[in-house]
Design a protein around this ligand. Structure first.
Ligand SMILES: *[C@@H]1O[C@H](CO)[C@@H](O)[C@H](O)[C@H]1NC(C)=O
Length: 803
């Protein structure tokens, strides 16, 4: 098994891990997810009021209703009856049929469940995932005896993580001090906090070594943001390469606005000063409180300058402009505040002697956000007080170190006082990945769950092995799941192919590029096969030196070290990339598209009820998992996806003229979603969410075409029993699509926060925006023209013949 699997994704994993620990960089921004706070003003956006004669009529009440479903109701003796009945009950528990679907489809589908406290489909699935994840540790003892080594190692760490009291807080501090001392020894300068009278400027080699080593050895991003990935432009021929991105701030942008800064600066400075005192205590040094406070304030000012430098995320959607190859010699002349050879060597410090042979001044790296990374940062460093600059780097190094050394279990409750202000980011392939929805924070209901979460993230393939063993023990069932889901996905590909065929705005050559991309899609379902193979799993984790007798602190240090080494190892080993890389632990409710692989991944954690069961009615399978497949597929064809080709190389395949047509299609979507304003002045950011919205819209088209094609070949399913018996197949399709997004309505603060931090539109607009563009909805629910959900003017996303 190739070592390349997953390596390039570990950056995100580190960040998530640190998030779990409640320390250092990765904690999610304060998500003001205030629920049950719904007010009437959050109803669907204003539109023309339908004339009274056009009111939706409940078919149960009015026998003249046009869309009366035909065909028989499913027989109680049918093997699928139980699932049909379950679906019927699910609709009943959520739907408020007194609401007019043409007027407010979202609340028609979700309105009752919102009032009765139904759990959202995502929550239901997530809690099943959590149950499996908890259960996978409770298997009979015999499982561990015969398990491959990495799984045994998981168990050793998991057990120790919860109970190992064989080390003390003093041991923890001694370890932190040692790691800090390693950094000091490496750079040969003392920590300026402790000798604030030394105003000496760090020379550029020292500055570079300091910045590079904190990243290479401890995973901190200070000033420069380096990560290793495949070469975007030559993923199969070139070895792995280092990318260097713009500097990242410590804190969220909200605290740095002109309006807020006066209020937040003293708060942040006080919190930093507290951490600096801990730092001094650990190092056995005393500093006066006033000195600390002044230095902390200067560091916050400096962080604000870094925060203000950040490139607009909308501009960052253009990947081509971020691919700027340089040799280190060129960088040395272009950005003279760093010694780039010293920096790169330091980021690769875990490679040992290997790095020095590799890194000469002819070594190539890719610079992202060129102007910021090279010019703006260079001038900022030049004009910053040397003491502040040095303090800032040392502090972030120390901050990272404190986060990576665990305390004994009983004392592991220590909260990170800075947590709620910390900026969240990831700088790896995932930043390009189209997810079904924003990843949910990992579970950490208790110490067992938190320990499991650490392992799921750091050793995702050993964890995935345990997950599949626990969730689907029977090999036949595993294959059936993979086959069934692949069949659905292939029907959706078929639907999308027919859309491409009929597209009237794309020239032939560009269409060839699109077909090629579609034909080469890599489909990953449930789990990677190799994790179920003992020999392959063991070989993959070959370098993981974790023993049963290690104490937990040492296990964790070894894990973290292993992790940082895997991140840079491909620079030396130059493995081939694996397009079947799932990129994440499989026990999660999400799905994603990776442009660098041209792959779609459905982890096992989402392939379950309420999203999917092989015995569900077809219309609900296509409206649920089918629309999700269509969403991920269309990410390959959204504003970012079209920059990548069939093998996952950064290589746009559209002609200029077709790209223009694509752009006006995207603009239509941008304008449509920008007009969704749940509160005065609080509107969806159409540009920032365009990729997700294009994916939702193209995806449902493909899923609906697939359903129609499937039904014309195989015939329609029988009707649901009970409550659901009044719905046609088409209606079930739309109901399921909307139900996927059922959740509590957001408060104003919740909307604001989501709009600011999420590339996905709020749930209600994912439904409204998509259905508005879909004429088949109008027929399915017998809606008059120009109701809110059926505007005459709409966007045709990846289709010239919308149904
Ligand atoms: C259904 O919606 C109507 C209109 O908004 C509301 O008055 C009613 O309480 C809702 N019913 C349920 C069960 O939520």
């Amino acid at each position: 098994m190739s070592k390349a699997l997953g390596i390039a994704f570990k950056l995100t994993i580190v960040i998530v891990l640190l998030g779990i620990l409640g320390v250092s960089i990765g904690v999610l921004i304060v998500s003001l997810n205030i629920q049950n706070d719904y007010e009437a003003t959050t109803e669907a956006p204003p539109s023309t009021t339908p004339a009274p004669t056009t009111k939706y009529v409940d078919p149960n009440v009015d026998p003249n209703f046009k869309n009366i479903p035909d065909g028989p109701i499913i027989a109680t003796t049918d093997t699928r009856y139980a699932k049909f009945n379950q679906i019927s009950n699910l609709f009943e528990s959520w739907m408020n049929t007194t609401i007019d679907p043409c007027d407010d489809f979202y609340h028609y589908v979700c309105g009752k469940g919102q009032n009765t406290g139904e759990r959202s489909p995502f929550d239901i699935s997530k809690s099943k995932d959590n149950q499996v994840t908890a259960a996978m540790w409770k298997v009979p003892a015999a499982y561990w005896t015969s398990a491959p080594l990495p799984v045994k190692q998981m168990k050793w760490i998991y057990d120790k993580c919860q109970k190992d009291d064989s080390f003390t807080v003093e041991d923890q501090q001694a370890q932190q001090k040692k790691m800090m001392q390693d950094l000091i020894d490496y750079t040969k300068v003392d920590v300026p906090f402790f000798v604030p009278t030394t105003k000496k400027k760090l020379d550029k080699v020292t500055l570079s070594k300091l910045t590079g080593y904190t990243k290479g050895a401890y995973g901190a991003f200070v000033l420069l943001t380096a990560f290793v990935s495949t070469d975007f432009k030559a993923p199969d021929t070139a070895p792995y390469i280092t990318y260097i991105d713009q500097p990242l701030p410590m804190f969220i942008p909200d605290v740095y606005t002109d309006a807020n800064y006066e209020k937040y600066k003293p708060i942040l400075a006080a919190l930093l000063a507290e951490s600096i005192s801990n730092f001094a205590f650990t190092m056995g040094v005393k500093i006066a409180a006033t000195t600390t406070m002044k230095m902390a304030g200067d560091m916050v000012d400096f962080d604000r300058l870094i925060s203000n430098m950040q490139q607009d995320p909308i501009v960052r959607r253009q990947v081509e402009r971020n691919y700027n190859p340089y040799t280190l010699a060129e960088l040395n002349t272009k950005a003279d505040q760093f010694d780039w050879v010293a920096y790169l060597q330091s980021t690769l410090t875990l490679l040992g002697d290997n790095k020095d042979a590799k890194v000469t001044d002819q070594w190539r790296v890719i610079i992202m956000e060129e102007d910021i990374t090279l010019n703006q940062l260079n001038s900022l460093i030049k004009k910053t007080d040397p003491l502040t600059l040095a303090n800032y780097i040392y502090f972030r190094g120390f901050d990272q170190i404190t986060g990576s050394v665990p305390a004994p279990p009983k004392l592991r409750v220590r909260a990170d006082p800075l947590a709620k202000y910390r900026a969240t980011f990831s700088r790896d392939k995932r930043t390009l990945t189209g997810m079904l929805r924003k990843p949910l924070p990992p579970m950490q209901a208790n110490i067992a769950a938190a320990c499991s979460g650490i392992l799921d993230n750091i050793l995702p393939w050993a964890a995935s092995r345990m997950y599949v063993d626990s969730d689907i023990p029977d090999k036949k069932d595993r294959q059936a799941l993979k086959d069934n889901v692949a069949e659905i996905a292939n029907w959706i590909f078929f639907g999308f192919r027919s859309q491409l065929d009929q597209l009237n705005w794309m020239d032939e050559k560009s269409k060839q590029g699109a077909f090629d991309k579609l034909n080469k899609i890599q489909l990953n379902v449930a789990f990677p096969d190799w994790v179920a193979d003992d020999a392959k799993l063991t070989a993959y984790y070959d370098g993981l030196d974790i023993n049963e007798n290690d104490n937990y602190m040492n296990q964790r240090l070894k894990l973290t070290n292993y992790f940082h080494l895997q991140e840079v190892l491909p620079i030396v080993t130059e493995p081939a990339r694996d397009r079947g890389d799932f990129s994440s632990f499989i026990g999660i409710t999400n799905a994603w598209y990776q442009p660098q692989m041209n792959s779609i991944t459905f982890p096992e954690g989402i392939l379950q009820e309420p999203f999917y069961s092989p015995d569900f009615p077809l219309a609900t399978i296509f409206g649920g998992l089918g629309a999700i497949s269509g969403h991920e597929l269309t990410h390959g064809f959204d504003d970012q996806g079209v920059q990548w080709d069939g093998i996952g190389a950064l290589n746009a395949w559209m002609s200029e003229i077709s790209q223009k047509s694509f752009n006006s299609m995207a603009q239509c979507v941008i304008d449509e979603y920008s007009s969704f304003c749940p509160f005065p002045g609080v509107c969806v950011n159409g540009e920032n969410t365009q990729g997700e919205n294009i994916a939702d819209n193209g995806g449902i088209q493909a899923a609906y075409k697939a359903l129609k094609a499937y039904e014309s070949l195989n015939g329609a399913d029988p009707r649901l029993p009970g409550f659901g018996s009044s719905f046609t197949s088409d209606q079930l399709f739309f109901l399921t699509f909307a139900q996927t997004w059922c959740d509590q309505d957001e408060s104003e603060a919740g909307f604001e926060s989501q709009i600011r931090t999420d590339v996905h539109s709020p749930a209600i607009y994912r439904v409204l925006g998509t259905i508005q563009n879909f004429p088949a909805f109008k027929n399915a629910f017998n809606c008059p023209a120009d109701t809110p959900y059926t505007p005459t003017k709409h966007c045709d996303v990846w289709t010239s013949k919308p149904f």
